[in-house]
Design a protein around this ligand. Structure first.
Ligand code: 5GP
Length: 346
């Protein structure tokens, strides 16, 4: 047994130190980034904030709305081939730049992703997602996917340490999804005791990925726009959101009414709710590692998106970054023992 005594940090442990800046207004800040990828010749330009591949968030409806803002959606893996074909026949032109097809590592998953991509060859992004990206089986799957889809951008995860980021990039992934345990409806840390504070995971994984010419997605743990900015400040190339995008018209999940108030169901993809829906229940050898919650219904996602983008733009002006790309270079985090004043928080 070994203990590491370095302190690892989460979003709540830091704040940005403001810096002198020549920017007059947040409207001068560009949140667009352009990326070239390690294994393909595809170049991507957009706002690198994405909806998570959860069936309550990564929906076709969300993809259309987020694409209008140049943002991205990792479409959840539970749509059928027919549903994909129907969506792509009426989706706005260029949608393939703003969506990924998600898959797990099962045989059925692979067959489905092959069918979706082979009938819609203009799709560019594949997101290979498992809860634990540390298994040899997962690395082998990433290698196989790279052979099968040599010209697609492959996102793969989740991991939280630099050596595994390098291994997955070398196995054929272009972008590594980082985060174990920080998610709003995740109970991995409760059920298993495994995890890594997200801000430190980003710093360490970004360093490993950028050294090889790869990118990372910070996945999970953002509860407010300031957290999204901190993820970028720490070095994330993309930030993936679940809970912050839940509860809207474009989100999946049922609307329920309680005491005259509307709520939408939101649940983890390893929750009993998701497993009942998609896998015929929780298998007897595993525990569910996700929660089911009811979030207040929040109307169209548009105003939430504006709040997030406005927040990140404002962060950039506080530290003097005229482009999102510069944010991490201009970031000095200070360790803090307090966050916002909660006197008037209900
Ligand atoms: P959030 O933005 O809500 O904090 O986190 C979203 C992320 O939580 C997802 O992208 C995914 O990585 C993770 N997640 C989603 N469902 C589950 C689950 O049931 N269990 C665990 N451990 N993580 C989940």
């Amino acid at each position: 047994m070994r203990v590491e005594y370095d302190i690892k940090l989460g979003f709540k442990d830091v704040m940005f130190r403001p810096k002198r800046s020549t920017l007059k207004s947040r409207s001068q800040v560009s949140l667009q980034r352009t990326f070239k990828f390690m294994h393909t010749s595809i170049e991507w330009t957009g706002v690198p904030i994405m909806a998570a591949n959860m069936d309550t968030v990564g929906t076709f409806e969300m993809a259309i709305k987020l694409a209008e803002k140049d943002m991205f959606t990792a479409i959840h893996k539970h749509y059928s081939l027919d549903e994909w074909n129907a969506f792509l026949s009426n989706a706005p032109e260029g949608i393939e730049n703003n969506i990924a097809v998600s898959t797990g590592t099962g045989e059925n998953d692979l067959d489905k992703v092959k069918a979706i991509i082979n009938t819609n060859t203009h799709l560019k992004f594949i997101c290979i997602d498992v809860a634990n990206g540390y298994s040899e089986h997962f690395v082998a799957f990433v290698k196989k996917a790279r052979e099968l889809f040599p010209d697609k951008v492959i996102m793969a995860g989740n991991v939280v340490t630099g050596e595994m980021v390098e291994e997955l990039l070398l196995a054929g992934a272009d972008i590594i999804k980082v985060g174990i345990g920080p998610g709003s409806v995740c109970t991995t840390r409760v059920k298993t005791g495994v995890g890594y504070p997200q801000l430190s995971a980003i710093v360490e994984c970004a360093d490993a990925a950028h050294g090889l010419g790869g990118q990372i997605i910070s996945d999970g743990g953002c509860a407010i726009p300031g957290d999204v900015a901190k993820a970028f400040g720490a070095g994330a190339d993309f930030v993936m959101l679940g809970g912050m995008l839940a509860g809207h018209d474009e989100s999946g999940g049922q609307v329920v009414e309680k005491d005259g108030k509307k709520y939408k169901q939101f649940y983890g993809m390893s929750s009993a709710t998701a497993m009942d829906k998609h896998a015929g229940g929780v298998a007897n050898y595993r525990a569910s590692e996700g929660k089911t919650v009811q979030v207040e219904y929040r109307g169209p996602v548009e105003s939430t998106v504006q709040d997030i983008l406005g927040g990140v733009r404002s962060t950039c002006t506080y530290v003097g970054a005229s482009q999102l790309k510069e944010l991490t270079k201009r970031t000095t985090f200070i360790r803090v023992a307090e966050q916002e004043n909660r006197v008037y928080t209900k």
